[in-house]
Design a protein around this ligand. Structure first.
Ligand code: 48H
Length: 258
């Protein structure tokens, strides 16, 4: 066994995929549940998609379930998505199902990659590319560089659309607001900020909030509720899945109209 050959195999394989991701149809920031589901449905429609995740592992808040009990609740409306992925769910009461958070997130990740989406972990989206008042890509750096606060210049990926799936912090929307001004399609032109917990309203609003908020920038998942000032919902995840699926449809329309 030649150690140099092992190193060469890893470097060549990764670099090939990374270079290929420099031009994609859709770049997604964040590999939580909504970002992964969005990537899956885009890849299923043969859209070229890359997901950039800052952390070592994918899954965002899903593996933590509710307060570290690694179970999530999913409502009836989102069950077709779980069925499509083959994730097991047990009816709990009325229209609520209980799901093993680790089974769900590992299945989403596996099937999304098998559909053809590329997922890059340990990479931070630290800025966007803007051309003619339109998002045209994302700016990347290794998470280790950001965490160590090293002064290392980033590199960029060009894309026809970007999906902000960064969760509670809605980081991409905030970057656009900070650098471009109050240009978002919200009441204030900026990120309004997430409201306190109200599961029913939070889950209802998330689909309405999943949309294009600036030319070429779509927001989904928890970030959508943060951008539009809607409530959080706790460990019920149907809205995240439905939002990811809707974001894929919106992104497809956005790249078609470009
Ligand atoms: C690269 C980044 C960056 C960046 C962040 O938080 P998530 O799980 O987000 P969603 O919206 O898919 O799911 C939300 C859900 O997990 C949740 O928090 C719920 C339902 N909360 C309800 C409540 O009441 O609290 O995933 C976001 C992912 C994470 O993995 C981050 O590490 C990643 O995005 N991320 N990746 N570049 N700039 N910012």
């Amino acid at each position: 066994m030649d150690e140099a050959l092992i190193s060469r195999a890893i470097t060549e394989s990764f670099t090939k995929d990374f270079i290929d991701a420099f031009n994609v149809d859709v770049a997604i920031a964040g590999a939580g549940p909504s970002g992964l589901i969005c990537a899956y449905y885009l890849a299923k429609q043969n859209v070229k998609v890359a997901v950039f995740e800052r952390h070592l592992r994918v899954g965002g808040g899903m593996p933590g379930g509710g307060m570290m009990f690694n179970r999530i609740v999913v409502q009836e409306e989102a069950m077709p998505i779980l069925k499509e992925f083959g994730v097991s769910a047990k009816r709990y009461k009325k229209d609520l199902y209980i799901v093993d958070a680790l089974e769900a997130i590992s299945t989403f990740c596996s099937k999304t990659i098998k559909r053809g989406a590329k997922i890059f972990n340990l990479i931070n989206v630290e800025d966007v590319v803007i051309r003619k008042d339109r998002i045209a890509g994302v700016v990347l750096n290794w998470s280790a560089v950001s965490w160590a606060k090293l002064h290392v210049d980033p590199m960029a990926v060009r894309s026809k659309a970007v999906v902000d799936a960064t969760g509670h912090d809605s980081e991409i929307a905030r970057i656009v607001e900070r650098k471009t001004g109050p240009v978002l399609r919200t009441e204030t032109g900026g990120v309004i900020g997430e409201k306190s917990m109200w599961a029913e309203i939070g889950e209802k609003m998330i689909l309405e909030n999943t949309k294009e908020i600036y030319p070429g920038l779509i927001v989904c998942g928890m970030a959508a509720n943060a951008v539009f000032g809607s409530p959080r919902m706790g460990a019920i995840f149907g809205g995240m899945l439905l939002s990811g699926k809707k974001a894929a449809e919106v992104a497809r329309k956005v790249i078609k109209s470009k």
